[in-house]
Design a protein around this ligand. Structure first.
Ligand SMILES: *Cc1c(COP(=O)(O)O)cnc(C)c1O
Length: 424
């Protein structure tokens, strides 16, 4: 079925005991065993079922199946936030002494995770000079555990050539891990272009209403962990932390998610609550409709800003002269994302005045809400970076990042218009 349908139906059949049509919220910590043998079989993963909600929960499982279906993956693990998803997704393939090769345009907290936290744990991150495949390939060596990128960078708005990145990663026996938060599977399904693992912050467009944090890791099932056992022994050697489990034998094509759940989720517990899973499922039911309107409103807002002399520059992949226009045609089928950046004529001070004058558009650090939102990355999400690091990540001091909402486009434009007047 197609994404619009999957977003509403995938992963849930009417629950047989109550016939509940909406996904029930299973607000329970644990699940009863029929007998000691049944409990043992559950712990040995010999039978399907739930044991304890840190490892799995029926409401959360519906969300996992739904997002896996939307992304075209074989399995998925839901976690409490997008950052938890990135942490687990990358820890699951790395060990002390290995490295991650990444494009430089990253979400601010992801940059911090890679550049500072992982470095302190003996996992080095190599930041490429650009998002081009040859810049990535230069940095891959025998200790590289993953190539990482955001399909559409937040806030840089760059679109990665996923096919080219997958080709160089796979040439060296390394998986491509893609954060698909900005694009959503409605605009882009990275697995179709060779991504092995897809990560989401469901907090943004997927949930869509700015009410609930959540993260997801989706496994394509395509990466040959057994074939690359020298680089990734954790999937094909017996795991002492799980009574000798060999993940590729037990979980077959979903060995990656099986290990992520059995090792990281079980022992460090960044769990998504059943209530949050329910709220995210409500949001996802309308994600296709919302993204369509987000995209259309963004096109109108971008056109307005481009033709206004009070605006210095606009970065929007929908413009024919954008450096990412060709990639937007290929990967987003021409539907440029509703996250766009611009600078007000007059630099940092003028942009700040503009920002302070907004009335309808909310000042905050978030995106993908039904509401239009504006953020000033240099003073918030990217403030921990040096000026050079900011420049590499595509952040300029005067840059305003707009997440164009689904209000009436004219009302959004009216607000931008009055704020531009105030900045003059
Ligand atoms: C917001 C965001 C994250 C982090 O997600 P949280 O749910 O806030 O933890 C990661 N990557 C991208 C691209 C994001 O926009």
């Amino acid at each position: 079925m197609r994404p619009e349908t999957l977003a509403i139906h995938a992963g849930y059949d009417v629950e047989p005991t109550t016939k509940a049509v909406a996904v029930p919220i299973y607000q329970t910590v644990a699940y009863a065993f029929d007998s000691a043998d049944h409990g043992a079989a559950l712990f040995n993963l010999e039978v399907d079922g739930f044991r304890y909600s840190r490892i799995g929960n029926p409401t959360v499982a519906v969300l996992e199946r739904r997002v896996a279906a939307l992304e075209g993956g074989v399995d998925a693990l839901a976690v409490s936030t997008g950052q938890a998803a990135l942490n687990y997704a990358l820890l699951n393939v790395t060990r002390f002494g290995t490295n991650i090769v990444t494009v430089p345009q990253l979400y601010g907290t992801t940059y911090t995770l890679l550049a500072h936290l992982f470095a302190g744990q003996g996992i080095k991150t190599r930041f490429a000079e650009s998002d081009q495949a040859d810049a990535i390939e230069k940095l891959i060596d025998d200790d590289t555990a993953a190539v990482f990128c955001e399909s559409v960078g937040n806030p840089a708005g760059n679109i990665c050539d996923l096919e080219a990145l997958a080709r160089v990663a796979h040439r060296h026996g390394v998986p491509l891990i893609v954060d698909n938060t900005v694009a959503t599977p409605i605009l882009l399904r990275p697995i179709e272009f060779g991504a092995d693992i897809v990560v989401h912050s469901l907090t943004k467009f997927m949930g869509g209403h700015g009410t609930t944090l959540g993260g997801m890791i989706v496994d394509s099932g395509a990466f040959a962990w057994r074939q690359h056992a020298a680089r990734f022994p954790m999937f094909s050697e017996p795991d002492a932390s799980y009574h000798g489990m060999v993940y590729v034998d037990h979980f077959k094509e979903s060995a990656y998610i099986g290990r992520c759940r059995s090792v990281y989720q079980r022992t460090t517990g960044a769990v998504l609550s059943p209530l949050c899973a329910f709220l995210l499922l409500q949001g996802i039911e309308t994600v296709a409709l919302r993204v369509e309107r987000h995209v259309e409103n963004a096109r109108r807002v971008a056109e307005f800003l481009r033709h206004d002399s009070r605006v210095a520059w606009v970065n929007y992949a929908g413009f024919p002269d954008s450096p990412y226009h060709r990639l937007a045609q290929k990967y987003l089928r021409g539907r440029a994302c509703s996250l766009l950046t611009f600078g007000v004529e007059g630099g940092f001070e003028a942009s700040k005045k503009f920002y302070d004058a907004l009335r309808l558009v909310t000042r905050l650090v978030n995106m993908g809400d039904a509401k239009s939102l504006a953020c000033h990355p240099a003073s918030t999400t990217h403030r921990q970076m040096s000026a050079e690091e900011q420049a590499k990540a595509g952040v300029k001091p005067e840059m305003i990042r707009l997440s164009v909402g689904i209000e009436h486009a004219e009302d959004i434009i009216d607000d931008l218009d009055q704020a531009l007047a105030a900045a003059k």
